[in-house]
Design a protein around this ligand. Structure first.
Ligand code: GLN
Length: 260
């Protein structure tokens, strides 16, 4: 059985105004459209500081990136939701956390001023900014995820280091990824995905978008609902190809072209 109008998904976007660098909210739009194109309903709800929100209602939780200042503003509110979000992930809830959001979904982020922001420890990872004198990690990224390219744009001062046993999301082909040193991009645990890729990332990477939808459908409606009808992805794949070209023609990668 493929998914039909009987299936509906709730997408929650955490701090949609504060953590929305480079149009990260476009990730919600991409998921919504891909559901609608298959006759499924998707409801997008923004969750702001102080809002009442129950993770039981959510099928997919999105959180975007932001400057250190914005990350600091959401930090206390995110902490108070930490237990619920950890339970949600333990229960196979689907998450996509981008850049500043990815950092706060790890154990901690030491910002550019040296002050620690405590994260919620979903990813077994720590992030630290080496200070304002050290160059940021900026540029187009290509990474290999399950043998396929994922593309996006990164701009972060913080470097993320995964602890032993924490799986990365992808391997860097071009760009910095987590820290510009170990060739790893993002993190994945259960159905929670973390990445440094903005773009927004999902409109340009339809297979990744569909993975999140499929996992969410499986969790709510069972394995038979996880099979997705194919869509005409010509526009998304053109955007993907252009981002790939931009990244690969930009010159030598800081990581070298390890897989290209
Ligand atoms: N403020 C964080 C950093 O500089 C995250 C930036 C971002 O989300 N693009 O590392």
């Amino acid at each position: 059985m493929t998914s039909t109008a009987k299936t509906a998904l709730n997408i929650a976007v955490l701090y949609p105004d504060l953590l929305n660098l480079y149009g990260d909210r476009g990730n919600a739009r991409a998921l919504e459209q891909r559901c609608a194109a298959r006759g499924m309903e998707a409801t997008v709800t923004g969750v702001d500081i102080g809002d009442d929100w129950d993770t039981d209602q959510a099928d997919i939780v999105l959180v975007g990136g932001g400057q250190d200042r914005e990350q600091r503003r959401v930090q206390a509110d995110l902490q108070r939701r930490g237990d619920d979000l950890r339970d949600y992930v333990d229960d196979d809830g689907v998450v996509l956390a981008v850049c500043g959001g990815f950092q706060l979904f790890g154990h901690q982020y030491r910002g550019w001023d040296g002050e620690i922001m405590e994260g919620i420890g979903i990813f077994d990872a720590v992030a630290a900014h080496p200070g304002p004198k050290i160059a940021r990690c900026v540029g187009n990224v290509v990474a290999l995820w399950e043998g396929e390219t994922v593309v996006g744009f990164e701009n972060h001062g913080g470097r993320t280091y995964l602890n032993d046993g924490q799986e990365a999301l992808a391997d860097v082909v071009n760009g910095f990824g987590n820290n510009g040193g170990d060739g790893l991009e993002g993190a994945k645990i259960r159905n929670a995905y973390g990445t440094y890729l903005h773009g927004a990332v999902l409109p340009k990477n339809p297979r990744l978008a569909d993975r999140l939808i499929s996992l969410a459908l499986e969790r709510r409606y069972g394995p038979e609902a996880a099979e997705l009808a194919p869509l005409d992805d010509s526009v998304a794949l053109k955007a993907h190809a252009e981002a790939l070209h931009a990244a690969l023609s930009a010159g030598e990668s800081p990581m070298g072209r390890r897989f290209a």
